[in-house]
Ligand binder design. Structure first.
Ligand code: NOJ
Length: 450
């Protein structure tokens, strides 16, 4: 049977309450980098530096969502997608990161929220999707413990202005990725490096996650509060004890370090000794303040990693063996296409007994799109989504907790250090003309959701 046209998948198999959505982030789509009083974020500054982003791409205009949001919201409706996840650009509403508030920024997000609700689409806000105000970075950014206070003030402003209509909130997006890439490896904004920056940022971001969630609980009636974590299925390259141990350390770093303190389990220092250095930054009462009883946890899974032991890699003593080296099918990001990873991470995170609800808040793939005669036939992306949905179905049949699936992403957009070449959208964007074309994957999803 032709999988695309006659997929075995049927929305009803997932149950009436299963949540279907699509995810985006402000910096990746909005553009309008200095419109109406917006301040600069660390990504505005990072992308302006030579050599930081592939091909010198920047996000000054990106998908121009700032101006074309109505058109894109119409497209979400056309695709029958009932839930839309987007993030607030902190510097649009607080240009210097702290008070005063920029009313034009508030007005902008009010227009989006109202337009979504008028279209019957439920808004899901991410408060922090990596675009820290640059002014705050000049004061140390997330390495400065004051970041918890700055972030709390920002969350309070969002709750106050949007909480009457928006009930679904995600506090922080993928802390492991933006602290690792931005504060340890220096390959994402703000381009900082080293273990000290990384561990400080880790602890402050984790404190800010719980602090932000508490503010939402306090200020937004009937809020559905979550936060999102990147996660990946880890396998040792061989059954040698060294590789098994290395895989355990990588699993601890990539899957456990950020979520466990939030769940009240503390940092997993026993399984990753470098985390003991965190004790330099943990103050009295911090461990209690790190925990929050989230209504849901957002998991974002794209692939698996295969790990071997390596004495050359500091702190972790392990190396990821790339998909290319393993000669397996991969996406334009170089990530192996391995749908069972989604089932495996669901199984893994189901072992945490105090997670109330799991939602897959991102999953999707970057593949090259070929535009012919006004059509985009992205068969690989359609298969990728279908194959991952099958894994979710398998998880549900096995009784695992998983209650929603959001595709990354609505449109092709600015893929951070990869620029525009990695296309993740259900909708193709011609970045010269801003023309949108629904891809085959988008049409399939529309059909599936109808
Ligand atoms: C993770 C991030 O949340 C998102 O910003 C990014 O574009 C996708 N995954 C794909 O890399």
């Amino acid at each position: 049977m032709n999988k695309i046209e006659n997929s075995f998948l049927n929305k009803n198999q997932f149950g009436d309450d299963f949540l279907w959505g699509v995810s985006t982030a402000a910096f990746q789509i909005e553009g309008a980098h200095d419109a109406d009083g917006k301040g600069s974020s660390i990504w505005d500054v990072f992308t302006a530096q030579k050599g930081k982003v592939k091909n010198g791409h920047h996000a000054l205009t990106a998908c121009d969502f700032y101006n074309s949001y109505q058109n894109d919201i119409d497209l979400i409706r056309e695709l029958n997608i009932p839930n839309f996840r987007f993030s607030i650009s902190w510097t649009r509403i607080m240009p210097t990161g702290i008070h005063p508030v920029n009313q034009a920024g508030i007005d902008y997000y009010n227009k989006i929220i109202d337009s979504l609700l008028a279209s019957g689409i439920e808004p899901w806000i991410t408060l922090y999707h990596w675009d820290l105000p640059h002014v705050l970075e000049t004061k140390g950014g997330w390495t400065n413990r004051e970041s918890v206070t700055w972030f709390s003030e920002y969350v309070a402003v969002c709750a106050q202005h949007f909480g009457d209509r928006v009930k679904n909130w995600m506090v922080i997006n993928e802390p492991s990725v933006f602290t690792g890439a931005g504060y340890f490896l220096g390959i994402h904004a703000p381009g900082k490096k080293g273990i000290t920056n990384y561990l400080k940022a880790m602890h402050h971001v984790t404190l800010a996650t719980a602090a932000g969630a508490k503010i939402l609980r306090d200020k937004v009636q009937d809020a559905n509060i979550g936060t999102t974590f990147s996660c990946t299925h880890i396998e040792p390259a061989t059954q040698n004890q060294k590789d098994i141990d290395a895989a355990k350390r990588v699993d601890t770093l990539l899957n456990r370090t950020f979520i466990e303190p939030i769940l009240g389990l503390g940092y997993p220092q026993a399984d990753l000794p470098v985390l003991k250095k965190l004790n330099n930054y943990i103050l009295a009462d911090d461990l209690n303040n790190l925990a929050f009883d989230f209504d849901f946890i957002g998991l974002q899974c794209y692939t698996r990693e295969v790990v071997k032991s390596s004495i050359l890699i500091p702190y972790i003593g392990a190396e990821l063996i790339s998909a290319e080296k393993r000669n397996v099918i991969s996406t334009d990001m170089g990530w192996e296409v391995y749908p069972p990873a989604l089932y495996e991470v669901l199984k893994k995170f189901n072992e945490y007994k105090n997670i109330k609800k799991i939602i897959i808040t991102e999953n999707g793939a970057a593949f090259p799109d070929i535009l012919t005669n006004g059509k985009v036939y992205d068969i690989k992306r359609t298969h990728y989504i279908q194959d991952h949905l099958e894994q979710i179905l398998k998880a549900k049949k096995d009784g695992l907790n998983v209650e929603g699936y959001f595709v990354w992403s609505l449109t092709d957009n600015f893929e951070w250090a990869e620029g525009y070449n990695a296309r993740f959208g259900l909708i193709h964007v011609d970045f010269d003309t801003q023309q949108r074309t629904i891809k085959h994957s988008g049409l399939w999803f529309k059909d599936f959701l109808s």
